[in-house]
Design a protein around this ligand. Structure first.
Ligand code: IPE
Ligand code: IPE
Ligand code: MG
Length: 235
């Protein structure tokens, strides 16, 4: 990419359109998720090559449990497979963080998630956030409970509650807010993704379905980000 292009520090990606991709090809939905998982791997590598500080992928929402058991089970086994593979290329120095309520997971998948987080926690490269059983409303309630507990324990005063303390009780604690949110698949909504953190994020909606998403699409999105004039409420 052009040297004058500003690479966002933190991109959030809503990986959407797997089902429609499969339907178009008369394939089962889980084939769309499989292709989507391959694209996730490639785009992660590319974000690393571009030198991003953080990237957050929305992989499974708190609402996605409503889907048929067959699809949910398919997604869970794909996750396991791809996390194992993903961890292989984590030699690249990425730190991996799972955003979301882990209490829904158990057994091998939970062990794998905890193991990956533990093994990568001191790494200094890009932070790869994977939002799994993630919902922004759930995250905000979770942060509120933590803070209420601290007040109850007498660790902090009500007046100590401010935006910084609140941010530090979210799953994304210590990370920069996303500069940029990208949603492929043509849908133009946020679907409970990072509500607190996107206060000043730029949005790009793209017509490509996630399994068809390429490095070139990310380049184009970053180019569009460069055309935006961010003001943060100033002039
Ligand atoms: C995104 O693709 C993957 C998950 C939400 C798990 P979808 O499965 O939502 O694909 P569409 O939106 O039905 O095409
Ligand atoms: C958002 O996509 C969640 C993920 C991509 C993981 P959905 O497909 O679940 O969102 P809606 O239902 O179209 O809003
Ligand atoms: Mg969808």
């Amino acid at each position: 990419m052009d040297n004058n292009i500003v690479i966002p520090k933190h991109i959030g990606i809503i990986m959407d359109g797997n089902g429609r991709w499969a339907k178009k090809r008369l394939l089962p939905r889980n084939m769309g998720h499989k292709k989507g998982a391959e694209v996730f791997q490639d785009i992660t590598r590319y974000c690393n090559e571009l030198g991003l500080e953080s990237v957050t992928f929305y992989a499974f929402s708190t609402e996605n449990w409503k889907r048929p058991a067959e699809e949910v089970n398919g997604i869970m086994s794909l996750l396991k497979e791809y996390l194992i593979k993903a961890f292989d290329y984590e030699k690249e120095n990425n730190r991996v963080v799972f955003l979301g309520d882990k209490s829904a997971f158990s057994g091998e998948l939970l062990e794998l998630m905890l193991d990956i987080e533990e093994k990568t926690k001191d790494r200094t490269g890009m932070t790869l956030n994977i939002a799994l059983n993630y919902g922004a409303r759930n995250e905000i309630v979770h942060a509120t409970k933590n803070i209420a507990q601290m007040v109850k324990n007498g660790e902090i005063d009500i007046d100590d509650i401010n935006e910084e303390l609140f941010s530090n009780n979210l799953y994304t604690k210590g990370q920069p807010d996303p500069d940029f949110i990208l949603r492929p698949s043509g849908e133009k909504r946020i679907s409970n993704f990072l509500l607190w953190q996107i206060a000043y994020s730029e949005f790009v909606y793209m017509d490509v379905l996630w399994p068809d998403f390429t490095r070139k699409d990310l380049d184009e999105a970053i180019m569009e980000f460069n055309r935006r004039n961010r003001r943060f409420g100033g002039v």
